[in-house]
Ligand binder design. Structure first.
Ligand SMILES: CC(C)(COP(=O)(O)OP(=O)(O)OC[C@H]1O[C@@H](n2cnc3c(N)ncnc32)[C@H](O)[C@@H]1OP(=O)(O)O)[C@@H](O)C(=O)NCCC(=O)NCCS
Length: 180
C-alpha cells in the first residue's frame, strides 16, 4: 500500500465502517481467513460464533472500506474478561489501521460489558500481531507450549484495567474513530 493511500485510509477519505458480523459475510471472511492462518476456522465455526453473538455470548464485527469487507474480529466474554478469539485484515489492506480499528471496537465493547481485562493467545512466530497487541497495552504473561498443531508455542497476553480512565485515554489516542 502506498504512503498516500495509507494516509487516506487513516484520515477518513476511505473510512472504515464497522458492522456486526452476519452469516452473509462468511464467504468474504473465509477468503481472508484461508490466507491468514495455517489452520483456518471453518464456515461452521464462524456460523456458530455468529449464533452465539446473537445470544450475547460473543461479539463479532466486520470492517468495510468502500463497502468491501477488509477485516473481522471477535471476542468471547468470561467472568469479567474478554478473550479475543480472532482478528484478521485482508492482505491487501494490512498496515492501514484495519486491525487497530477492530481491536479498539472489541475493547470498547468489553468495557461496555464491565470487563476489567482483555486476553488472547498468539503464535510465538507472529511478531506482527504481537506488535499490534503491545500498542494496545497487552503484555506477555506466559507460554502454552506446543499449543498450535502440537508444534508451535502460544504466547498468552493480557491487558489489565481496561475500564480505568488511563486505558480509555489510550484507546482514544490509538483510534479516535472507535470512541464510544
Ligand atoms: C496481525 C494483523 C491482524 C494486523 O492487521 P493490520 O490491519 O495490518 O494492523 P494495523 O494496520 O492496525 O497495524 C497497527 C500496528 O500494529 C503493528 N503491526 C501490525 N502488523 C505488523 C507487522 N506485520 N509487523 C510489524 N508490526 C505490525 C504496527 O505497529 C502497526 O502500526 P504501523 O503500521 O503504523 O507501523 C494482520 O497482519 C493479519 O490479519 N494477520 C493474519 C491473521 C493474524 O495473524 N491474526 C492475529 C492472530 S493472534
Amino acid at each position: 500500500m502506498s504512503v498516500i493511500s495509507r494516509l487516506l485510509g487513516r484520515t477518513g477519505d476511505a473510512a472504515i465502517v464497522i458492522e456486526p458480523m452476519r452469516k452473509r459475510d462468511v464467504p468474504a471472511i473465509m477468503a481472508i481467513e484461508q490466507v491468514s492462518y495455517p489452520k483456518p476456522w471453518t464456515v461452521g465455526v464462524f456460523q456458530s460464533e455468529i449464533e452465539m453473538s446473537r445470544r450475547g455470548e460473543r461479539h463479532y464485527v466486520v470492517a468495510r472500506r468502500d463497502q468491501k469487507l477488509v477485516g473481522y474480529a471477535g471476542a468471547m466474554f468470561v467472568v469479567g474478561d474478554a478473550h479475543v478469539t480472532n482478528i484478521a485484515a485482508s492482505p491487501d489492506a494490512r498496515r492501514s489501521g484495519v486491525a487497530t480499528r477492530l481491536l479498539a471496537e472489541l475493547a470498547w465493547e468489553a468495557i461496555r460489558r464491565d470487563c476489567q481485562a482483555l486476553t488472547l493467545e498468539v503464535r510465538s512466530s507472529n511478531v506482527g500481531a504481537q506488535a499490534l497487541y503491545r500498542r494496545f497495552g497487552f503484555a506477555p504473561v506466559g507460554v502454552r507450549q506446543k499449543y498450535y498443531e502440537n508444534t508451535e508455542d502460544a504466547i498468552v497476553m493480557w491487558c489489565h484495567d481496561i475500564a480505568e480512565p488511563p486505558y480509555r485515554e489510550r484507546l482514544a489516542e490509538l483510534c479516535p474513530e472507535a470512541v464510544r
